[in-house]
Design a protein around this ligand. Structure first.
Ligand code: NDP
Ligand code: 8X3
Length: 259
């Protein structure tokens, strides 16, 4: 499928993987709805995409945890931005690396409300239109953490296992329609993810990425593009995308970034 003039909604478009998806989809000629809480980031991204690719973007300042706001925003999309062809459920985060017995319920709520319930609220708002048009594609951003659990990953991993289960469930629920769904599950990607996980501790976050070359956001965006551009009879149900030197969440080969 070609993306020229197709409409893609990207959640978490203000940074990292979501921002890279916006770049890649704009390059392919898609029109975009960019959603996140930080409007200033979305505004500068939209200006850059218009300058570089002539992209028309609609900005949604949106907290995916707020079910009513999500329903109102998607229900109230203006003419020309209502018929979403591709939904990229990317907004997500981790908070902390505490063992479960020491865990903070505020961190748990934030991860579950964003990664699981937020994804559900957005999907619930977008899917009826796709089903009615009998066309569309939902791409969820999961994680290797939805395949393997690591110490301190407890609740974050549980949310990403849930994303994987929801993708599989949605696949079944969409049988008989032409609406597709996929999950793209990356290993370590260099974004603001670790800074968010460690509540703004940049020094601790930087250490996460110093042992081997991690994935870059554009690597993940290209995998999502691949899913969204297959012929209509093909579904890429799941991609596990890893850095060459990360064999599993816990198994990596230490290598200088220039080796
Ligand atoms: P970033 O922190 O760089 O970006 C996260 C994005 O999610 C931001 O745009 C942020 O926007 C948005 N977001 C967070 N909470 C909300 C919310 N409540 N409502 C709306 N938007 C929200 O991290 P990544 O790009 O790495 O993360 C993107 C996805 O990739 C996540 O689902 C993450 O779990 C997943 N992932 C990341 C990996 C990694 O190693 N980096 C590996 C595997 C998966 P804003 O703050 O402006 O709202
Ligand atoms: C993010 C990757 O390994 O930090 O989903 O959980 S990991």
């Amino acid at each position: 499928m070609m993306l020229k003039d197709r409409l893609a909604l990207i959640t978490g478009a203000s940074a990292g993987i979501g921002e890279a998806c916006a770049e890649v989809f704009a390059r392919e000629g898609a029109r975009l709805i960019l959603a996140a809480r930080r409007r200033d980031r979305l505004t500068s991204l939209a200006a850059r995409l218009e300058r570089d690719h002539g992209t028309a973007s609609l900005l949604l300042e949106l907290d995916v945890r707020d079910r009513e706001s999500v329903a109102a925003a998607i229900g109230g999309l203006p003419d020309g931005f209502g018929d979403i062809d591709v939904l990229i459920n990317n907004a997500g985060l981790s908070r902390g690396l505490d063992r479960l017995q020491d865990g903070d319920h505020v961190d748990w709520d934030e991860m579950i409300d964003t990664n699981v319930k937020g994804l559900l609220w957005v999907s619930r708002a977008v899917l009826p239109g796709m089903v009615a048009r009998d066309r569309g594609h939902v791409v969820n951003v999961g994680s290797v953490a939805g395949h393997q659990v690591y110490q301190g990953g407890n609740v974050y991993c549980a949310t990403k296992f849930a994303v994987r289960a929801l993708t599989q469930g949605l696949r079944l629920d969409l049988l008989g329609t032409r609406v597709r769904c996929s999950t793209v599950d990356p290993g370590m990607v260099q974004t603001e993810f670790s800074e968010v996980r460690f509540h703004g501790d940049r020094e601790r976050a930087a250490k996460v990425y110093q042992n081997f070359p991690p994935l870059q956001p554009a690597d993940v965006a290209e995998a999502i593009l691949f899913c969204a551009t297959r012929p209509p009879h093909v579904v890429v149900q799941e991609i596990l995308l890893m850095p060459q030197d990360q064999g599993a969440v816990y198994a990596s080969h230490p290598r200088g970034l220039d080796d």
